[in-house]
Write a protein that binds this ligand. Structure first.
Ligand code: ADP
Ligand code: MG
Length: 243
């Protein structure tokens, strides 16, 4: 993608994303880092065509994505939203996971097999007939991921996938992600995860690209991290005595 720019309101001076360019290579796992409001979610939403870009281009497999080819892009790029409640919208897990493939004309017989496979693989087959809004945070996250993985996307975009999860669910999700071979762009504040799991990091600050470097380089550059809102290596400030 090249020179992407997004603003939420055409009359606004403020650009949520300005002149951002980078390349995602096949099989690569890239951490998207930045403080709150840096533009991570905006970037991911622009990449799946949920947000229209004011300028710039997104290319997939060497072809520029246009309005007419957006459907094709959506078949190849799966986005896991930060809040699973924004993603799950059918009453039951089964119906939710079935929605995407059904839309793409998968036969009912095939569909059932694929639903069971993906739920089994994620370890949530037992949730198949449960109501989505009654699931726990971690269960919702995995159900949302099932709805994405069943589409067999080649690229996964994830917006703070570890948020809302307890340590056990977080660990479980990390293990699952490590088994996937998809190209991934993961917005996260979890530098430990990024270090273990990602090859490269893209840093955003106030909608601008600050760095696009191998992950090791980012983790050793505490000045850069601090500029981008990470309190890295800084001693906690002395606690305030209340009484
Ligand atoms: N729906 C929206 N309408 C207007 N401005 C928005 C909207 N969503 C985000 N923004 C603004 O865009 C900028 C980037 O936000 P966002 O992409 O959500 O950041 P991040 O995901 O890194 O926390 C912020 O200044 C934010 O206030
Ligand atoms: Mg965000």
């Amino acid at each position: 993608m090249t020179n992407l720019a997004v603003r939420y309101d055409a009359s606004e001076e403020h650009w949520a994303l300005e002149d951002v360019s980078f390349v995602l290579r096949e099989g690569e796992r890239v951490a998207l880092l930045g403080a709150n409001g840096a533009g991570k979610s905006t970037l991911l939403l622009a990449l799946v065509g949920v947000l229209e870009t004011s300028s710039g281009e997104i290319a997939l497999d060497g072809r520029v994505v246009r309005k007419e080819t957006l459907r094709e892009l959506r078949g190849k790029v799966g986005m896991v939203f930060q809040n699973p409640d924004d993603q799950l919208f059918m009453p039951t897990v089964h119906e939710d996971v079935a929605f995407g493939p059904r839309n793409y004309g998968v036969s009912e017989e095939q569909l059932e097999k694929r639903i069971e496979e993906v739920l089994y693989w994620l370890g949530i087959l037992h949730l198949k007939n449960r109501l989505t809004h009654r699931l726990s945070g971690g269960e919702k996250r995995l159900a949302a991921l099932a709805g994405i993985l069943i589409m067999e996307p080649s690229i996964l975009l994830m917006d703070e996938p570890f948020s809302f999860l307890d340590p056990q669910s977080r660990q479980r999700l990390k293990e699952i992600l490590a088994l996937l071979s998809q190209t991934m762009l993961i917005a996260t504040h979890d530098l430990e995860m990024a270090k273990k799991f990602c090859h490269r990091a893209i840093l955003l600050r106030a909608g601008r690209l600050m760095a696009d470097v191998p992950i090791e380089d980012v983790l050793t550059d505490s000045a850069l991290l601090e500029r981008c809102g990470f309190q890295f290596g800084r001693k906690p400030s002395p606690s305030v005595k209340l009484r």
